[in-house]
Design a protein around this ligand. Structure first.
Ligand code: CO8
Length: 364
């Protein structure tokens, strides 16, 4: 039994923040804080730095007004009643609907919904079960979180359930509202993230009709690190800590992460390919996690043993920024249609944890 990815979907929020808009808002915030006597003074941000350090040119967000309001600097997403769909479920329904249409199947034929994301809107009920209800899928749903590697770990979980025969079809969706956990008032990271939602339909080969990409093998690995961390959580109240501290949002030691990620991810992909007997020249495409262009250029060179052509290792971070678990799946969804049967590719995520997940696929 093999699992085939027969459908993909990407929901892209309509609101865009360019680097120039972002920097203007940050600098207005810095000027105001400095006029109030901030110590040490807050230096200005720069669009040139952002582009050259990361490759990011803009990001899509659910709400740009709140982010660009220099007196606020985070999105405004009004609370919803329990009877209304949540934000994450609403995004997921859009992406899943497109993925189901591409696969040519009805929601009712899906046996499992996995909502795989770095943050979940509430503790319970699971967002996946709400998505299941809104879409009208059968079976069951559950949430999982492996930060930026949530999608690839979700793909492994879904593919394993299909390969074991316990289900025939699954959908793995990644609604990422990264704008809500980013600290937009921190110059070192305020440019990093954007919002998006992806969805993949996985089917057992015995029922898949739409062609697509067979999942040949998956490999997941984790190694504990504090270099990317967010201390927000349900125990906050028990710590008698009610104020919104800096560590309640995304924090990173970016330089250390950059240095540690390159050997870890290159070795992970190299050993996965070696174990599968895949030579570098047999790979037609690399769909990498979308955090930093220089990081991807390095990993691409290491894996392929030469400088990849842009089409071989497509980046989407210039348009979307880092969208956590969704990044490699956006690259896959938008840059895979031209591959022909027999072509092989590799999806690879890497993120907080640390976590690395790779998925080898073949066009069928
Ligand atoms: N505008 C102008 N100047 C700035 C700005 C800004 N916005 N921000 C920083 N600077 C200044 C700094 O103050 C510093 O000045 P000085 O040299 O005088 O001290 C200078 O620019 C350089 O600053 P940095 O050293 O912080 O800048 P970097 O070149 O390291 O670039 C990045 C920052 C882009 C964040 C980079 O470190 C990076 O990409 N790191 C990788 C980590 C990453 O991508 N994080 C994203 C989120 S986490 C994620 O998606 C997972 C990634 C991989 C996980 C690994 C798993 C195995």
């Amino acid at each position: 039994m093999a699992a085939i990815i027969t459908g993909s979907g990407v929901y892209t929020p309509s609101q865009v923040i360019t680097n120039d808009e972002l920097v203007a808002a940050f600098n207005a915030y810095a000027d105001r804080r400095n006029a109030e006597g901030a110590e040490p003074p807050i230096p200005h941000s720069s669009a040139d730095f952002i582009r050259s350090a990361s490759g990011i040119e803009q990001r899509h967000v659910l709400d740009k007004t709140g982010v660009l309001d220099s007196a606020r600097m985070f999105p405004s997403l009004p609370g919803r009643s329990d009877e209304q769909p949540g934000y994450m479920a609403e995004m997921a329904v859009e992406a899943c609907t497109d993925a189901l249409a591409m696969a040519g199947i009805e929601a009712g034929q899906i046996d499992a919904v996995i909502c795989a994301a770095s943050n979940h809107e509430r503790a319970y009920p699971a967002i996946a079960i709400e998505i299941q209800q809104l879409l009208g899928t059968g079976g069951f749903g559950f949430d999982m979180n492996v930060a930026c590697s949530s999608a690839t770990f979700g793909i492994q979980a879904a593919a394993d359930m299909i390969r074991s025969g316990s289900i025939k079809r699954a959908i793995v969706t990644c609604p990422e509202i990264c704008s809500a956990h980013l600290e937009w008032r921190d110059r070192d990271c305020h440019f990093i993230f954007g919002d998006v939602c992806t969805a993949l339909v996985l089917e057992d080969e015995s029922v898949a009709k739409a062609g697509g990409f067979r999942i040949d093998s998956t490999r997941c690995a984790t190694q504990f690190s504090n270099n990317i961390r967010n201390n927000d959580g349900f125990l906050r109240r028990t710590h008698d800590q009610m104020e919104d501290r800096r560590d309640m949002q995304f924090m990173q030691n970016g330089r250390k992460v950059f240095k540690e990620v390159l050997p870890m991810v290159s070795a992970h992909i190299g050993s996965h390919m070696a174990d599968e007997g895949i030579a570098a020249d047999a790979l037609k495409r690399l769909w990498l996690h979308q955090a930093n262009k220089a990081m991807n250029d390095f990993i691409g060179r290491k894996v392929l043993g030469r400088v990849p052509e842009p089409a071989e290792q497509p980046n989407i971070l210039q348009d979307y920024a880092n969208t956590s678990s969704a990044g490699s799946i956006i690259a896959f969804a938008k840059h895979s249609a031209d591959l022909v049967p027999g072509d092989r590719g590799l999806i690879c995520s890497f993120g907080a944890g640390y976590s690395v997940g790779s998925v080898v696929v073949t066009r069928v």
